[in-house]
Ligand binder design. Structure first.
Ligand code: HAM
Length: 424
């Protein structure tokens, strides 16, 4: 059959792959629950201005990557490129706007019009958390980082690198911006076109540039944090101390600015060598988000991890996902009466929590046994006229061929399964 490919950068997730996704999702629910976080499900699309205002008009995501369209009512809508802005839009109508803490997590698809590559998709999935409402506190920032590390541990990811930095607060920035611009300006002729434009629009973005021609000037740039206030530097020191006290290893990277404009104080990113070029498995930080209609920005701290990337890293580390579910019992039918019996017997087994499969076309015994094999059914019961008459049949264990007599009733099957489990 010809395969009809989906659009570039999006994928199907088949049942045998879905088990690994479910495992990540339930690990996230378990770990985030331990820290008191509850699930918040926000819409897949929002008014465009939620992201424009929330993420900042100068960010790469807003300028180049959003899937924006007009609906039939002429409203500009955008498929969410990340989760934080939607969460904040939802919580802005609650007492989070009055300083009350809300602990939420989310998981689901996000959309960015990026060039597809291994680990870089146009529809990808994030699992993320946001602690929203309470004023900035190093304890909450360190807790968010600790929770991310705990989650990775829970899903078997080891050997990651934690990079952290401080973005200071808005009033810290002019002095740092001047110093950065002064450093870069003499080298602009040798730098990329994007950075030449960034120097006056948003000089921080230069620190994010991956172009080889810009890297030497980025490496030699002054550390912006040296221009921040003593309070901001002290805040960051407290975050670092809290991580050290908890035994969480990290590297301070003064060039880490992160791609979204809402960050203040702590920012962090987790990388892993198992990923290749797209090496960020998760990122986050503290933020203050301004949204349409809000008088004051709401504070928060959180992170998001890319689920596709987590799965790639787990694969590289040899962590095996659970197998896809298989039928416990395949009911093979010899003749119409057997098929009629099996149809209602399968329903009884399923209602009792035992997965059962049958072939409603009741083809030859050979093809039914092939189907049982293909489905990896654990047991087969073959039922024909004589079995119906005796109300008894053989329960065959497919892996080793052992057979036990079974009464053709729900209790009979339950007893036979229990007896067989004991002989294993
Ligand atoms: P972000 O760094 O843009 O942050 O994305 C977080 C993670 O999503 C990345 O580290 C990466 O694993 C994954 N990711 C991003 N883009 C793609 C893509 N095109 N394909 C596959 N995976 C991707 C945020 O989104 C912030 N909202 C995180 C945050 C939450 N900050 C505070 N709270």
């Amino acid at each position: 059959m010809p395969k009809i490919a989906p659009p570039p950068g999006v994928s199907d997730i088949f049942p045998d792959e879905a088990t690994a996704w479910l495992q990540l999702e339930s690990a996230a629910r378990k770990v985030f629950g331990l820290y008191g976080f509850g699930e918040l499900r926000t819409p897949i699309f929002e008014f465009t201005e939620v992201f424009q205002r929330g993420l900042g008009g100068e960010t790469e995501v807003v300028q180049k990557e959003m899937y924006t369209f007009e609906d039939r009512g002429g409203r500009s809508l955008t498929l969410r490129p990340e989760g934080t802005a939607g969460v904040m839009r939802a919580l802005a109508g609650t007492d989070a706007a009055n300083g009350v803490e809300h602990r939420v997590f989310y998981m689901g698809p996000m959309f960015r019009g990026e060039r597809p590559a291994a680990g870089r998709k146009r529809q990808f999935h994030q699992v993320g958390v946001e602690n929203v409402g309470r004023p900035a506190s190093p304890g909450l920032d360190a807790e968010a980082i600790a929770m991310l590390c705990h989650f990775l541990e829970e899903i078997g990811i080891t050997g990651f690198n934690l990079l952290i930095n401080t973005r200071g607060v808005v009033s810290d920035r002019p002095a740092a911006e001047q110093a950065l611009a002064k450093h870069f300006r003499p080298h602009l002729a040798e730098m990329c076109d994007d950075c030449r434009a960034r120097i006056d629009r948003n000089v921080w973005r230069i620190l994010d540039c991956k172009q080889a021609c810009c890297r030497p000037f980025i490496e030699s740039a002054p550390d912006p944090a040296q221009f921040f206030s003593a309070e901001s530097r002290d805040y960051f020191k407290k975050v670092c101390d809290l991580l050290t006290e908890q035994g969480i290893p990290f590297t301070v990277d003064p060039r880490l600015v992160r791609g979204l404009d809402y960050y203040v104080h702590t920012v962090f990113e987790l990388t892993h060598s198992g990923l290749g070029a797209q090496n960020a498995i998760a990122g986050g930080g503290r933020y203050e988000l301004t949204l349409p209609g809000l008088r004051n920005p709401i504070p928060g701290v959180g992170f998001a991890a890319g689920m596709e990337r987590l799965l790639i890293v787990r694969d590289a580390l040899g962590v095996t996902p659970p197998p896809a579910p298989v039928p416990k019992i395949y009911l093979a039918s010899l003749g119409d009466a057997a098929l009629a019996f099996n149809t209602s017997f399968a329903a009884k087994l399923r209602h009792a929590g035992i997965s059962a499969a049958i072939d409603y076309d009741a083809k030859s015994m050979k093809s039914q046994m092939r189907a049982a094999d293909r489905m990896k059914a654990e047991y087969v019961i073959v039922i024909g006229d004589s079995e119906l008459e005796a109300q008894s049949a053989k329960l065959k264990h497919m892996a080793d061929g052992r057979e036990i007599e079974v009464k053709l009733s729900l209790d009979g099957v339950l007893a036979a399964l229990a007896a067989d489990a004991e002989t294993k």
